[in-house]
Ligand binder design. Structure first.
Ligand code: NAD
Ligand code: TYD
Length: 352
């Protein structure tokens, strides 16, 4: 079996759901259930004895050690993190605690467990750390896309905390020989995406008649990957990645934020038109820019393609249409996550 962390969140829950579509191997899923963790994402696994959910913190050395000894996973896949840049600007502390200190305690527990395994199990064990392209900093318009050899230049408390965790993972391989793999992926989108991030926030706001907030001039560029393609990349790296190596994951889909939101509006105009016949584009509102806002991210995923034969299945056009349709079909899920604490966050970030 494998142990995953943070798999009640956006990418982790997609990973677990996809895993059971292609594998019978059981999963122990350790998640703290912060505001971003949602067991409803995994509701379809109710009664599936191959999925064991444990509520807990990756920073809890005793708990993680107990789970490792009890379930004896052949791999650990670490999704758990505080993941939202804007929240890291308002309050970096949780990011330092989970992404840096938490990853450190997790690595310590895994190192001790791995050290206790017989040599044949040690040889096949893997620790896969899921990270982000944001560790590489911001690109100019003409710069080549990020490669694995780019210098780390994180600019937000979020990306700095992820960079620190990547360095710890690297050091545990170099120093202790822990069999690690790291993936650095571009911006994901798709089902179960918490509506504090650009794409699900704008779909939700459009449908509820609220402004679609564009930071600054909306010309910041992100490289978008459909979440299921990220999951297939992680499975491939887990299966065939070279120990200690880093793999960039991306979809070759660079888009300016304003173009992304215009595309969302056009799809919504077609699939769920406004009662007054106007376009959702009339709800687009330019707001104050994010502090220290990175201008452009772009991922060069050619190493993963060349060495492990991975390619994304979706283009931005096919993936974004599926995503909008998913949100239209799952308004109950959206309703559940946009109550209480979510409204408080909107007040903090957008002023009410
Ligand atoms: P998310 O915020 O949706 O989910 C994070 C999950 O981790 C939640 O379920 C939360 O409850 C859990 N968690 C938080 N702190 C924890 C702790 N201390 N112990 C155990 N569980 C804890 O995030 P996501 O978007 O699914 O991202 C998953 C991973 O992928 C993160 O490491 C993130 O840095 C990375 N990543 C995300 C993107 C993206 O576009 N979302 C892109 C590249 C990489
Ligand atoms: P986000 O989804 O928060 O991801 P990240 O900051 O990790 O890239 O934001 C994606 C882009 O959209 C980023 O450039 C910030 C911008 N953005 C807005 O313009 N308005 C918003 O309300 C949000 C949440 C993001």
């Amino acid at each position: 079996m494998i142990l995953t962390t943070g798999s009640a969140g956006f990418i982790g829950s997609n990973f677990v759901l996809d895993w059971f579509e292609v594998s019978d191997e059981p999963i122990v899923n350790l998640d703290k259930l912060t505001y971003a963790g949602n067991l409803n994402n995994l509701a379809s696994l109710k009664g599936n004895s191959k999925h064991v959910f444990v509520k807990g913190d990756i920073g809890d050395f005793e708990l993680v050690s107990k789970l490792l000894d009890e379930y004896k996973p052949r791999a650990v896949v670490n999704f758990a993190a505080e993941s939202h840049v804007d929240r890291s600007i308002h309050g970096p502390e949780d990011f330092i605690q989970t992404n840096i200190v938490g990853t450190f305690h997790l690595l310590e527990a895994v190192r001790a467990y791995w050290g206790r395994l017989p040599p044949e199990e040690q040889a096949v064990f893997r620790f896969l750390h899921v990270s982000t392209d944001e560790v590489y900093g911001s690109l100019g318009k003409e710069d080549p896309a990020f490669r694995e050899t780019n210098r780390y230049e994180p600019n937000s408390p979020y990306s700095a905390s992820k960079a620190a965790s990547d360095h710890l993972v690297r050091a545990y391989h170099h120093t202790y020989g822990l069999p690690v793999l790291t993936t650095n992926c571009s911006n994901n989108y798709g089902p179960y995406h918490f509506p504090e991030k650009l794409i699900p926030l704008c779909i939700h706001n459009a449908l509820t008649g609220k402004p679609l907030p564009i930071y600054g001039d909306g010309q910041q560029i992100r490289d978008w990957l459909y979440v299921k393609d990220h999951c297939s990349a992680i499975r491939r790296v887990l299966e065939a990645g070279q120990l200690g190596e880093v793999y960039n994951v991306g979809g070759w889909n660079e888009k300016a934020n304003l173009d992304v939101v215009n595309t969302l509006c056009e799809i919504l105009d077609e699939l769920s038109p406004r009662a007054d016949g106007q376009s959702y584009k009339t709800q687009i509102t330019f707001v104050t820019d994010r502090l220290g806002h990175d201008r452009r991210y772009a991922i060069d995923a050619s190493k993963l393609e060349r060495e492990l034969g991975w390619k994304p299945a979706e283009t931005f056009e096919t993936g974004i249409r599926k995503t909008v349709q998913w949100y239209l079909d799952h308004q109950d899920w959206v309703g559940n996550v946009t109550s209480g604490a979510y409204r408080e966050w909107l007040g903090v970030q957008y002023g009410g």
